[in-house]
Design a binder for this molecule. Structure first.
Ligand SMILES: Nc1nc2c(c(=O)[nH]1)N[C@@H](CN(C=O)c1ccc(C(=O)N[C@@H](CCC(=O)O)C(=O)O)cc1)CN2
Length: 242
């Protein structure tokens, strides 16, 4: 029997736990955690995600430090902003919403964030530690971490399982593959250049769908040449299939 993972209920549990931790920090140590959420430009999708993050902070008692910067900010000025936040003792975490405008080197900006404040886990040192055996990053990217939480809080043992990740993005596919590997799964990554992805997905105990493209993996009855809307599997409509 398939079990549908109730992500909303698990998210509500986690938010309650975080709120309790934040309250303890504030009462016992007089520290209110501060998260700087930086957005450059006015992309509608990025604004939506950033607003959700700021709202989530408010709900659990984290002080959100809102940094809204213009689309045409120079790379130098953005680096200076990151340095200012690195040095601010009231800011404990820094999150720069991606993607950045084309004229800004994303890798440069992410590597300027202090690794102790790199709550997205995108700094090359944190990603590097995630990729290495016996090393632990200070932070891991949130969507991959969320996938692992969904599995563990649903009672799914990862150790020894065959896990297939669909997608290899820096934000989800790659880091979730590394987390699964750290948790002792046997991991395969299916991507846009993988021939016959269905045959690999079919063998999986755990599938994490993290591709930006719908219908990348199709049902057993469809082949690439005989693809029809009805027998397509919309893998990116549900983040985890167990
Ligand atoms: N600094 C960051 N920038 C970006 C991140 C990030 O983690 N840190 N991720 C994305 C945008 N994003 C959050 O910011 C984000 C986008 C989409 C999802 C997601 O889970 N989408 C689901 C659908 C969920 C739903 O409909 O409720 C899906 O695609 O299946 C999570 C996070 C880029 N920028």
């Amino acid at each position: 029997m398939a079990q549908i993972i109730d992500g909303k209920a698990i998210a509500a549990d986690i938010r309650r736990e975080v709120a309790a931790d934040v309250a303890t920090l504030s009462s016992a140590h007089s520290v209110v955690p501060g998260l700087a959420v930086v957005i450059v430009g006015s992309r509608k999708d990025s604004q939506t995600y950033v607003n959700m993050k700021r709202k989530a902070c408010a709900e659990v008692g984290i002080r959100s430090v809102d940094v809204d910067l213009p689309e045409d900010i120079s790379e130098l000025a953005l680096v200076a902003e990151v340095h200012r936040l690195n040095a601010d003792p009231a800011v404990h975490g820094i999150l720069v919403q991606l993607p950045l405008p084309k004229h800004i080197n994303e890798e440069k900006i992410l590597s300027e964030i202090s690794i102790e404040k790199d709550v997205d886990g995108f700094h090359p040192l944190n990603i590097g530690k995630l990729a290495m055996k016996g090393r632990e990053p200070l932070f891991v990217p949130c969507t991959p971490k969320g996938c692992m939480e969904l599995l563990s809080r649903s009672g799914v043992t990862v150790k020894g399982k065959r896990a297939v990740v669909v997608g290899r993005s820096n934000i989800v596919g790659l880091p979730v593959s590394l987390l699964l590997l750290k948790a002792d799964a046997t991991v395969s990554i299916v991507h846009s250049r993988t021939p016959d992805p269905e045959s690999i997905v079919r063998e999986a105990d755990i599938v994490i769908a993290a591709a930006g493209q719908a219908m990348m993996v199709r049902s057993s009855t469809a082949t690439n040449s005989q693809f029809s809307q009805h027998d397509a599997v919309p893998w990116n409509s549900s983040p985890i299939v167990h």
